[in-house]
Design a protein around this ligand. Sequence first.
Ligand SMILES: [Zn+2]
Length: 225
Amino acid sequence: MKFNNNLDDFDALGNEHIGTSENTPMRRDAFKLSNEEKIDIIKDDVRHIMETLGLDLTDDSLKGTPNRVAKMFVKEIFGGLDPDKKPSASTFENKYKYGEMLVEKNITVYSTCEHHLLPIVGKAHIAYISNGTVVGLSKMNRVVDYFAKRPQVQERLTIQIVRELQDVLGTKDVACVIDAKHLCVNSRGIRDIESSTVTSEFGGKFKDMATRREFLDYIKLDTQF
Ligand SMILES: [Zn+2]
């Protein structure tokens, strides 16, 4: 897509859900303000949006919304913008000498589309082949959750999860598949409730077709308890 710096182009970029960078685009001054200062500013912004839409904020039901939304943005759904919240990089030695693929599947993804600020909900499936280092299983869920708690495009989320686990595990042999519904597609615009988006990133040995196939076959296993 040819990209000129005008607003129509930015609009088209968002509607087509194209991300421009592997890293979350952040301002240099992103962490100059404290979380409390951010909540204070965002609270006024949300109030302004609601009042502009014509809502009466003296109503008991609406009164607390600006503060509630501001806290939710900073501390919850966009909390993963804060590098201090990154899950710690604790790893273990692979004592069992388990040399096969380890798959953690059906990790719940709750994220937010950065083009519409509407939810992305789905499942992530992660695999790695240890080169001597392993991570606790819940670590993979935490990594997914950390990067999901940002304004995101699904492609970037998938890549960020793989890069982080490659760093932590010291191996390229990491893969991730995400299957998710975007409420900006499902509930507005084209309003297709059935469609979902699948993205994948295959590092190292997972570029090999047989290894990739094995991972994808494990994902298809229907685990019942
Ligand atoms: Zn969207």
